[in-house]
Design a protein. Structure first.
Length: 318
């Protein structure tokens, strides 16, 4: 666990002292955009044209934010168009690495040993956390984006003319609804579990864990009459929610002390999560070995023994 300061790696845990015990997620810094013709995208930056085998995706199979991009890459038929590297699940004194471990896919661009090298190649004075996912342009040798929300939307539409896959997970007539739902999910659930797990203040913990479960209760009620968040259509909001829910009982319930209820105690949320998990293209992106070993083996401030629990035993069949 650490960050770069002026291009130099420092092994430093999150600073919760200056925030009164709150976990505050830093903003991503690379927000370029790929479009079909290279024109400017929503972030106002152009020059990145959708082409086969031009872009490379760096991910962790443990990270819910990176998992969103892997799911969209599968759903949109981009596996033959965008190559992937997978980091080691442990994030320790050198952060994310490409050290040997089952499922790791090395870096073909710079043959990097550590993920932070990719950031330093982009900006020798970079200051900030070294996060996944990273979408990299192999033609320009430049980071396109390290913002998962942006990468998901680029994958959703920029390559359609190449793949012939017109499935739309962010349809125009639903944008306002999806954006509103995404804001709710991010603040209360996706990042909510981290605000619970990484706080160093008892009072804040109790406040945040209460908010988290109130939000899960709300989604449970919503799914009483809907297959997905917006009915029978899978959208990017479902993908965002799923990557948190699939990790909930496995790591967040125990490791992050999100233990008022298990996800399996929610009939509708549990049905919803299992149905999405059993979609073949989505299932192949989930690796519980990487997930469990990352969380329990990397966060030494929370789990200094690095003991990974054997359970829970979960029946994912539907």
């Amino acid at each position: 666990m650490g960050l770069l300061i002026n291009g130099k790696w420092e092994d430093t845990w999150y600073d919760t002292k200056s925030t009164g015990g709150n976990f505050v997620r830093t903003q991503t810094q690379f927000r370029n955009w790929i479009t079909a013709d290279g024109s400017a995208g929503p972030t106002g930056v152009g020059g990145f044209i959708a082409e086969k085998d031009r872009y490379h995706l760096y991910v962790s199979l443990a990270c819910p934010w990176a998992s969103r991009t892997l799911i969209m890459r599968e759903l949109k038929g981009l596996t033959e168009y965008i190559t992937v590297s997978v980091v080691n699940p442990y994030m320790l004194e050198n952060g994310w690495t490409f050290e040997e471990y089952e499922g790791v896919v090395s870096d073909p661009v710079y043959n990097a040993k550590y993920l932070y090298e990719i950031y330093v190649k982009e900006d020798s004075s970079y200051t900030g956390r070294v996060t996944v996912p990273i979408l990299f342009d192999k033609k320009k040798n430049k980071i396109v984006s390290n913002e998962s929300a942006d990468i998901v939307r680029m994958f959703n539409s920029a390559f359609n003319h190449l793949t012939g896959n017109d499935d739309d997970y962010y349809p125009k007539n639903m944008k306002e609804e999806i954006d509103s739902m995404n804001d709710f999910l991010y603040n209360s659930i996706n990042n909510g579990v981290y605000k619970v797990g990484f706080t160093t203040n008892q009072k804040i913990y109790e406040q945040e864990v209460t908010k988290l479960f109130e939000s899960l209760d709300e989604i449970e009620d919503r799914l009483a009459t809907k297959k997905y968040l917006f009915g029978n259509r899978l959208t990017e909001s479902d993908i965002r929610l799923f990557t948190t829910l699939v990790r909930f009982d496995v790591v967040y319930y125990g490791h992050f002390k999100c233990n008022i209820r298990q996800l399996r105690d929610y009939p509708n949320l549990w049905r919803y999560t299992k149905e999405i998990y059993n979609e073949p293209l989505i299932n192949k992106t989930v690796n519980f070995d990487h997930i469990k070993n990352h969380y329990y083996g990397s966060h030494l401030t929370i789990n200094p023994t690095r003991i990974v629990p054997k359970g829970p035993e979960i029946d994912w069949t539907i």
